[in-house]
Design a binder for this molecule. Sequence first.
Ligand code: RIB
Length: 290
Amino acid sequence: MTIWNLGSINVDLIYRVPHIPQPGETLAATGKQTFLGGKGANMSVAAARAGATVRHIGAVGQDGDWAVQRLASYGVDTSKIAKLDTDTGEAIIAVSDDGENSIIISPGANRAILPQMVGAALSAASSGDWVVTQNETSAQVDALSTARANGLHAAYAAAPFEAASVLTALPHIDLLILNQVEMEQLAAALGKGAGDLGVAHVVVTLGAEGSDLYSAGAPAAVRFPAHKVTPIDTTGAGDTFTGYLLAGLDRGEPIETALNRAGKAAAIMVTRLGTADVIPTLAEVDAFEG
Ligand code: RIB
């Protein structure tokens, strides 16, 4: 089957810093590198590296040919990426020596995607395909509701987190992925826990502790412990996790199998500086013993 990813595409400018700057502080970086990024692009690359057929729905600006070419070079179908009369999305990312990060996003073309563009792209999807989206583009609910109406599976990775966006997505999804803090915020907004959202599967990521799976009808969450690694940079690890998880589900694996592999992929990812360009391959993930 195919994974259709309505997702952001950014140029990631990663600055290595001794610590995350405080308000009012000016800090010299000890290094700077440029990567392909955006939560959407990272997920597309991860799913493609995990062996899935991935078609990215998105947009870049007039300066974005390089990003489209790079996605294509990583095995992602780019025929549904528009080139718009605006800037390509950009992320300024500070990564501290202890592996923490801080990200500023300029959305650019990512937020100029129109519902019609998504509808036209998804008209080529087939029943049983997956649609995934995050919260860095426009038209997410259009993608998710179109997926539901056409017999596709729908997943939403609720990042960057906004409770209101999750609330509008919830009626249309089969899989929700979010982190522990976000889940607490959502529970506070809704007065409901992860197991009571009416979503077939909710995956709550717990950083160094792993992830919890809440399945509709199951009496309790199932914990998938994390692999112990020394983190260099956690940027993109969650996106890598989601891409690998979806690739496993798309090829019909039980969600437990897919979650185990996704956890390994994320563990490798946190040991690397960078985003889409350094996402581990399936061979690396399957060889990982951590
Ligand atoms: O999740 C990491 C991503 O967040 C980066 O690639 C950056 O572009 C932002 O979208």
